[in-house]
Design a protein around this ligand. Sequence first.
Ligand code: FAD
Length: 462
Amino acid sequence: MATYDVIVIGSGPGGYVAAIRCAQLGLKTACVEGRETLGGTCLNVGCIPSKALLHATHQLHEAEHNFAAMGLKGKAPTVDWKQMLTYKDETIATNTKGVEFLFKKNKIDWLKGWGSIPEAGKVKVGDETYETKNIIVASGSVPSSLPGVEIDEKVVVSSTGALELGKIPKKMVVIGAGVIGLEMGSVYSRLGAEVEVIEFLDKITPTMDGEVSKQFQKLLTKQGLKFTLGAAVQSVEAMKTKAKVSYKLRKDDSEHTVDADVVLVATGRKPYTDGIGLADLGVEMSDKGQIKTDGQWKTSVDGIYAIGDAIDGPMLAHKAEDEGMAAAEVIAGKHGHVNYGVIPSVVYTHPEVSSVGKTEEQLKDEGVSYKVGKFSFMGNGRAKANFAADGFVKILADKETDRVLGAHIIGPMAGDLIHEICVAMEFGAAAEDIALTCHAHPTYSEAVREAALACGDGAIHM
Ligand code: FAD
């Protein structure tokens, strides 16, 4: 029987990163994956394929809306949907093969099949049982639906089905105005579908800074997405090639229906731990179905750790990766650390939206006195040249100490720009530290510096 120092269950960004770090730290490591390919939700049916479709359709949008103004004339491209899906699939394949390569390079055994834990210190895959000193459960999450709404992945789809529709729908209803719903809604809207987003709450991306969320809704509306907010979906009736969504407006209880060719249910995800045998082992779970862990990613059973979407915290690939590295360090007897106060989140629409740290709403609730430094991309030369001047950077800093408490960006490359703030926050920097740092011209980053300047004596270009 093969024996290991660590067996990781699940090869998503949490699991594969944990496995690589364990191997780098000299631990004999295997990773169990039930899917045909490595990389988990993120690489196969999540982050990577959605970004490929967002990229392709953004290029189309640029060609249709901005090329002529730059003197690039000629026929706008037409959409070959099959080819676009092939491009998406090839993008997935290069990434999943990349993880396979990294496993070989780090001498990690890929145990193919679904794993379970018959007892602490043992992992069973198919007919084989392996002994291991430590187990990391990184089994991830799956889409959750609404009560009574059945997903057939053809007419009523989850994000997984939305990544491989047979054809571009004429009308798509998206239930849920969270990150996944808005990203996929944007993709199909750019491809010519009429997209209506139905959301239970009165704002889109509800955990986002309120001002950013409002601006975001305005810009998406300008791009053609329709929003029905404060609406409680009652039922989704699927016919062969159509579906009918019934909802009640919460303000007056009035009942409405809307027909669609495709309904995307984007109401969130739930932890996936089926078949591992955690209940029989006595591993404590939360009432949300998450594996309970302590500050060192240890479960209630010795030698079993858990990370990523299967435990508490934001369901994000980079959060899972950080926990994967940290859990590996703990197992190797080192110090594992994740700063949950500095985990950025990004929506990859156009413009992108990103945030880190506290929102204004949170600071108000906590009674923290703060100041706001805001700068519009209208004052950024590069953004204007690139037809990307919609949006702003907003930095929140402590009123007394000037320490950066959070930042919220809507605008070009917001998903990249946010990391300057993350580093600043990790170092406990003041807004003035960013303001005093020379930023290259002309870059979008200058807008971050200007927002930092606006926390002090004022931005220059506003
Ligand atoms: P997962 O990636 O879910 O991987 C778990 C793996 O474990 C799966 O492959 C599963 O097959 C395997 N597994 C489960 N049980 C067993 C078992 N018993 N035996 C063997 N294998 C098992 N996050 C971002 O940060 N940025 C984004 O842009 C982003 N976009 C997204 C877009 C979409 C459409 C979706 C659906 C998600 C997106 N996410 C994004 C979320 C991100 O995909 C998850 O947060 C991330 O994948 C979680 O990683 P994980 O390692 O915890 O689990």
